[in-house]
Design a protein around this ligand. Structure first.
Ligand code: APR
Length: 176
C-alpha cells in the first residue's frame, strides 16, 4: 500500500527490514547500543560485526531514548543504519509519546542530513518495549506525514512490518 504526500511516498510492506535496499534502514536499538533481540538482533546478525564496532567507536556513551545515531551498514544492501531508541511503555504517563515522536523525527532528520532519499522503518517500540501497537502506529504515521509535509526534497519512507497484525494496524491508520 502507498500514499503520496506531495512528491514523496509512504509505503507499507510486509517483510524483513534486513533485506531492504533503501538508503537507510532504522534499527530499534537500546540506549547502550549493545545489540539485542528483535529487529536489533536481526540487523546485527545480517550486517556483521563492523556495525557494533562502529557504534562502540563513534558512540561509546550509547544513545538516549528518543535520539538517533548513524553508522554504515556492513553487509546489508542499505548504505546506512540509523539506530534509534524508542521508549519502553510504562503506562503512558512517562513521556512515552513525546519520546516515540522524537525517535521518528530524529531518524528522519538524520537521514535527510546524510542525503538519504529512501528510508525503511520498523515499528519502533512495539516489540520488547511493549508500546501498544495502535498508539505507536498513529505516532509513526503522523510524524512521517508531518516530516514529508514540511520537507521539500522527495523521499520514500517504507514501513517494513513484520507480520499481518502490524501491517493491518498501519494500513488502517494510513487509510484515514
Ligand atoms: N524486520 C522488521 N521488523 C521486525 C524484524 C525484522 N527483521 N524483527 C522484529 N521486527 C518487529 C517486531 O515485530 C516489532 O513490531 O520490530 C518491531 C520492534 O520490536 P523490537 O525489535 O522488539 O524493538 P522494540 O520494541 O523497540 O524494543 C527494543 O529490543 O532487541 C531489543 O536491543 C533492543 O533492547 C532493545 C529492544
Amino acid at each position: 500500500m502507498q500514499v503520496r504526500i506531495g512528491d514523496s511516498v509512504i509505503e507499507l510492506v510486509l517483510g524483513d527490514i534486513t533485506e531492504e535496499k533503501t538508503d537507510a534502514i532504522v534499527n530499534a536499538a537500546n540506549s547502550q547500543l549493545a545489540g539485542g533481540g528483535g529487529v536489533d538482533g536481526a540487523i546485527h546478525r545480517a550486517a556483521g560485526p563492523t556495525v557494533i564496532q562502529q557504534t562502540n567507536e563513534l558512540y561509546p556513551q550509547g544513545c538516549p531514548t528518543g535520539e538517533a545515531v548513524i553508522t554504515e551498514a556492513g553487509r546489508l544492501k542499505a548504505k546506512y543504519i540509523i539506530h534509534t531508541v524508542g521508549p519502553v511503555w510504562r503506562g503512558g504517563k512517562h513521556h512515552e509519546e513525546a519520546d516515540l515522536r522524537s525517535a521518528y523525527r530524529n531518524c528522519l532528520e538524520l537521514a535527510a542530513r546524510h542525503g538519504c532519499q529512501s528510508i525503511a522503518f520498523p515499528a519502533i517500540s512495539t516489540g520488547v518495549y511493549s508500546y501498544p501497537l495502535d498508539l505507536a502506529t498513529e505516532i509513526a504515521i503522523s510524524e512521517i506525514r508531518q516530516f514529508l509535509t514540511d520537507s521539500s526534497a522527495p523521499i520514500l519512507i517504507r514501513c517494513v512490518l513484520f507480520n499481518e497484525g502490524i501491517y493491518g494496524a498501519y494500513s488502517r491508520v494510513l487509510e484515514q
